[in-house]
Design a protein around this ligand. Structure first.
Ligand code: V47
Length: 377
């Protein structure tokens, strides 16, 4: 149903009237309006508003991809406090794969529908730059037709530090593109606001550099995603500040496909211990966050509901609150699961199609660049 007037929205919170007017007129929302959206108790109206924007962008379609997660190492010297994935050399549970190990790993999961290999991992202090180029090139040669989406801006920043003389972001990204990289994942963004970033990711890429790396990637024709880690010590203002910085970058150097809020997973990591936190984010906060993102990030094609962190059941609900992408089959996810994610290691295509159809949307199997491969009408 296409909503064209305020009357059709059944809004009970009067503070939403002027915002709804703007949404119906396709006008951009301010930080203050974002705060009103976060604070409203009128969840049905918030979700309907977000859904208007979703429908305008993609109609009834909801997207997924056949994706394999690859983390070639969990050795990391950065020490982000929210991370249960990182290990030091020699520590129990550490791994660090040579290229032969990487091929053997992908061989286990290779199948005709596999479309995307999504790589993110630790900041390994010793692997040389050539290893990463060989990894991308080798994947392209061995698995033709599979697209490599790799590494987060945090890792791209790390690569500049291991090269001598030190390569620029542009040089690193150009060389990766030359050997077959097609897109960057959106990780490592965490929360841009300085006090929180200092507290949870002190030694990681700075916010300005994260944004610069994505700007350069977009300029080079490498599209990307953007994430936001929420549900720990950040404020609602911090979340909006994060989104507004992304919106500004997308205006200046377009190239983001999707925004992906990542719900803090509260196990086996120093931050959870420090906070005495064992609870996951609430379903209501997850839903609200996605709906607000859909309304604020008016220049992002997609908002992604990441079922690995918020469950497939809630992800189905988010399809009525602005979400148009559910990521994908996701074989062997390790980062969220290291911090207590309780979801399955992967869903089948049939399960994803059912999930999307159950929300009365049309499932579309896509590739890493959002080309449509199959529409399940
Ligand atoms: O960068 C780490 C986050 C990210 C925790 O681009 C945590 O399509 C929650 O980047 N609780 C990696 N989050 C995942 C990622 C991603 C995920 C889905 C889709 C895409 C995409 C990218 O996971 C890390 C970090 O921000 N993370 N630990 C935790 N305890």
């Amino acid at each position: 149903m296409t909503v064209t007037s305020l009357h059709d929205l059944y809004i009970s919170d009067e503070q939403l009237f002027p915002i709804a007017d703007k949404v119906l007129d396709g006008k951009r929302l301010s930080i203050e309006e974002g705060m009103t959206l976060y604070r409203t108790r009128d969840m049905p109206a918030l979700c309907r508003l977000a859904d208007i924007v979703r429908e305008r962008k993609v109609g009834d379609k909801a997207y997924f991809v056949h994706s394999l997660r690859l983390s070639q190492t969990n050795i990391c010297y950065v020490g982000c406090t929210f991370c249960g994935f990182q290990r030091r050399f020699g520590e129990e549970g550490a791994w660090d794969w040579d290229l032969e190990d990487v091929w053997a790993y992908v061989d286990q999961y290779d199948h005709p529908d596999l479309t995307e290999i999504h790589i993110s991992s630790g900041h390994h202090p010793k692997r040389p730059w050539q290893y990463y180029l060989d990894l991308v090139e080798g994947l392209n040669t061995r698995y033709p037709g599979v697209q490599v989406k790799a590494w987060t801006a945090a890792e791209i920043h790390h690569f500049t530090k291991i090269t001598r003389p030190r390569l620029s972001y542009r040089e690193i990204l150009s060389q990766l593109k030359e050997v077959g990289l097609v897109a960057l994942p959106g990780g490592g963004a965490e929360i841009f606001a300085e006090p929180v970033r200092k507290r949870i990711a002190r030694a990681k890429v700075r916010a300005e550099d994260w944004l610069e790396i994505h700007r350069v990637a977009h300029e080079l024709g490498i599209p990307s995603n953007a994430t936001m880690l929420y549900g720990h010590v950040e404020s609602l203002e911090d979340r909006l500040d994060h989104m507004i910085r992304l919106r500004q970058l997308q205006d200046e150097a377009p190239g983001f496909f999707a925004f992906i809020p990542l719900a803090f997973q509260p196990d086996n990591n120093p931050l959870a211990i420090e906070l005495g936190r064992q609870e996951f984010t609430t379903g209501l906060d997850d839903l609200r966050n996605l709906a607000v993102a859909r309304l604020v990030l008016d220049n992002f094609p997609h908002i992604k509901g990441y079922w690995i962190m918020i469950t497939p059941e809630l992800t189905q609900v988010t399809l009525a609150a602005g979400v148009s992408d559910v990521d994908g089959t996701i074989k062997d996810e390790r980062i969220a699961h290291a911090s207590g994610a309780v979801t399955e290691q992967g869903l089948t295509e049939a399960e994803l199609v059912d999930l999307i159809k159950g929300a009365q949307r049309v499932p579309v199997r896509r590739d890493a660049l959002y080309n449509e491969l199959k529409v399940f009408a």
